[in-house]
Design a protein around this ligand. Structure first.
Ligand code: NAP
Length: 245
């Protein structure tokens, strides 16, 4: 059976690796093309949008896709909605892999907000926030000319992208909190702003904020369309095994 994994996340990489080891299915990972140098997936990869529900429906038929696993990021709403619509139309089984949200632990000072617009409003005058929210959403902070931001992105923003005042660092998140602590101290960070992405990738900033006693402004996940959902790779493998039977 050919399986299409909608990727762009550590979850998708982990799933592709597990299915690759297993070797019983033909795996295709789909990426949006959001970053110039995507991480290696160890599976056949296609890059770029499908062209909405129509395009994805056509892709599923033309490529005889037997099942789709949506392992896109919890904030990637459009792709999930398109997958739900296209899979229903083409009667292709669909499973959503949605990692558990982060929860505040002992010593965390969290301010949970509905979205990034509210995160902007939650920052006090003259704050020095750390923003690791991606290129696509940085513009909502640009009107706050009083801020001095430390921004981290994988690829540089477009030349015409409005940015808030501050310093831009290019790169992926470090795996450990030590490196985050050094960067936060160096810039004099006063607040950490994050999406509630969940998972181990990017958690170092939350741990660093805890160690340094910094408040964390956490944007809640957007609502998702209703779809069968599991929380980990093993549950996806179990679902595939049931389809195989
Ligand atoms: P989005 O708003 O849900 O999707 C926008 C459009 O990008 C979709 O309509 C689709 O274009 C295309 N697309 C998205 N994911 C795709 C995939 N895996 N394969 C092929 N096309 C895809 O997504 P987004 O928030 O821009 O995120 C883009 C990618 O970055 C996603 O794959 C996501 O997993 C990853 N990512 C997102 C975030 C985040 O905070 N949003 C964080 C980390 C990683 P068509 O309609 O033309 O098919």
């Amino acid at each position: 059976m050919r399986l299409l994994i909608l990727g762009g996340t550590g979850d998708a990489r982990a799933l592709a690796a597990r299915l690759g080891e297993d070797g019983r299915h033909d795996i295709v990972v789909s990426l949006a093309g959001a970053v110039a140098r995507p991480e290696v997936y160890g599976a056949r990869t296609r890059i770029g949008g499908f062209g909405g529900v129509e395009g994805l429906s056509a892709y599923l038929a033309e490529n005889a896709v037997g099942a789709v696993i949506d392992a896109t990021h919890p904030f990637a709403q459009a792709m999930t909605a398109n997958a739900v619509a296209a899979c229903a139309r083409m009667q292709v089984p669909l499973l959503r892999l949605d990692r558990p949200q982060w929860r505040p632990g002992a010593g965390d000072d969290w301010r949970e907000v509905a979205d990034l617009t509210q995160a902007v409003a939650a920052l006090p005058e003259g704050a020095r926030p750390f923003l690791a929210i991606g290129r696509k959403d940085i513009g909502v902070f640009a009107l706050r000319r009083d801020l001095d931001c430390l921004m981290r992105m994988i690829d540089p923003p477009a030349p015409d992208q409005p940015l808030p005042p501050g310093r831009l660092v290019l790169g992926r998140p470090p795996a450990n909190a030590d490196a985050e602590c050094v960067a936060f101290r160096d810039h004099g960070v006063t607040h950490v702003v994050t999406k509630n992405s969940g998972g181990p990738w990017g958690y170092a900033k939350i741990e660093a904020a805890r160690r340094l006693g910094l408040p964390v402004i956490v944007a809640s996940r957007p609502p998702q369309v209703a779809v069968e959902t599991v929380a980990d790779t093993q549950a996806v493998l179990d679902w595939i095994a049931r389809l195989d039977r």
